[in-house]
Design a protein around this ligand. Structure first.
Ligand SMILES: NC(=O)c1ccc[n+]([C@@H]2O[C@H](COP(=O)([O-])OP(=O)(O)OC[C@H]3O[C@@H](n4cnc5c(N)ncnc54)[C@H](OP(=O)(O)O)[C@@H]3O)[C@@H](O)[C@H]2O)c1
Length: 322
């Protein structure tokens, strides 16, 4: 099968289009013929091996698994031992740690759920990591509720475009922070108010919010906290930061500050769960959630797709279609 493969950390040019063997599904696994796979900034960090802290998890000298990508949608091609929940021909979407920028991927059966009938494979592939991050941040960590005010930075990006819609579905009044070219997009996703960061600074408007989901890290925590109510919740959700530790410095600062204020500063790491994927599938089926696809690329254009992600200006999601 064809796959995007990297043998060392580095810029997108380390990706090669290679011919490799189709993997065999093990016990409890399903072989998926990948129809589409989406990528996000985390895939970029793992490809480059920067911040260096990612190498502790993904391989010190070179990536342990040479195929990038985590999110996918496709058709079940074969099932491994003890798999009864899915059959060849079923359309599924979910996540895999085995790499998804390939024609086939082996995926634990519990990481997959049926594709809602109203969605294409490309739309379904856009969902798992980014939408689960938005869901867990707003529902589990911030406990956003009807009547609360929620501000989302990076509202036009992968996480943000889902977060605006999920915050609305939770009943909150939503303010989206984006640039001029994305104002119409975030309004179409349901934002009640928009702050255009090219002409206004949300930390200096005097407005305060019950919840801030900061996907961008364009401002120091001290500035962002000015826009938070005295007992509000701030989720610093950016994976950027220094080249060694990435977001860890900001995470530590947030934890230390938490001890000195009634404001809730809550960095978190999303963890994919089947229950949350099923919740998202319901929101998609009832059209409370619609993936925004910025660009699609072919598998042999994977390096271009990751280059585009690395530039940090996506409008919604970037999807590889096969
Ligand atoms: N906690 C976790 O477990 C977890 C999980 C997934 C992702 N993340 C992190 O979440 C962050 C967001 O991910 P993503 O996939 O949404 O990234 P993304 O798709 O690359 O977001 C890019 C968006 O941010 C906008 N943007 C850039 N500067 C901005 C500013 N100053 N104010 C407002 N918007 C701005 C860009 O719009 P313009 O082009 O108009 O500037 C673009 O639409 C990343 O740092 C990622 O690592 C964390």
């Amino acid at each position: 099968m064809r796959a995007a493969v990297q043998h060392r950390y580095g810029p997108p040019s380390v990706l090669e289009s290679s011919e490799i063997e189709i993997p065999m599904p093990g016990r409890g696994e399903v072989l998926v013929r990948v129809g589409a796979a989406s990528i996000h900034p985390g895939d970029y960090f793992i490809m480059t091996g920067r911040p260096y802290v990612v190498r502790l998890v993904f391989g010190l000298r070179r990536p342990r698994n040479g195929i990038p990508g985590r999110d996918l949608a496709g058709v079940v091609a074969a099932v491994g031992k003890d798999v009864t929940a899915l059959r060849p021909g079923d359309e599924v979407f979910g996540w895999s740690t085995a790499g998804t920028l390939a024609e086939h991927a082996c995926v634990p059966v519990d990481n997959l759920v049926p594709v809602p009938a109203n969605l294409s494979l490309a739309e379904a592939a856009a969902v798992p990591t980014s939408a689960m991050t938005a869901l867990q941040a707003l529902r589990n960590i911030a406990k956003a509720q009807p009547g609360q005010t929620v501000l989302i930075t990076g509202a036009s990006g992968g996480v943000g475009s889902f977060a605006v819609q999920i915050a609305k579905a939770l009943g909150a009044e939503v303010t989206a922070v984006c640039s001029t070219r994305n104002v119409d997009l975030v309004r179409s996703l349901g934002a009640d108010h928009v702050v255009d960061y090219t002409t206004a600074d949300f930390t200096r408007t005097g407005q305060r919010y019950d919840v801030i989901l900061d996907n961008v890290e364009a401002q120091p925590l001290s500035a962002v906290r000015r826009a938070l109510t005295p007992t509000g919740t701030l989720i610093p959700n950016s994976g950027h930061g220094g080249r060694w530790l990435g977001p860890i410095g900001r995470i530590i600062t947030a934890h230390v500050l938490s001890g000195f204020t009634r404001q809730q500063l809550k960095p978190f790491t999303s963890v994919e769960t089947r229950d949350d994927l099923l919740t998202l599938a319901d929101l998609l089926a009832t059209r409370q959630l619609t993936p925004v696809i910025d660009r699609t690329y072919r598998l042999d254009e994977a390096a271009d797709a990751l280059r585009y992600i690395g530039a940090g200006h996506t409008q919604g999601k970037v999807v590889i279609t096969l």
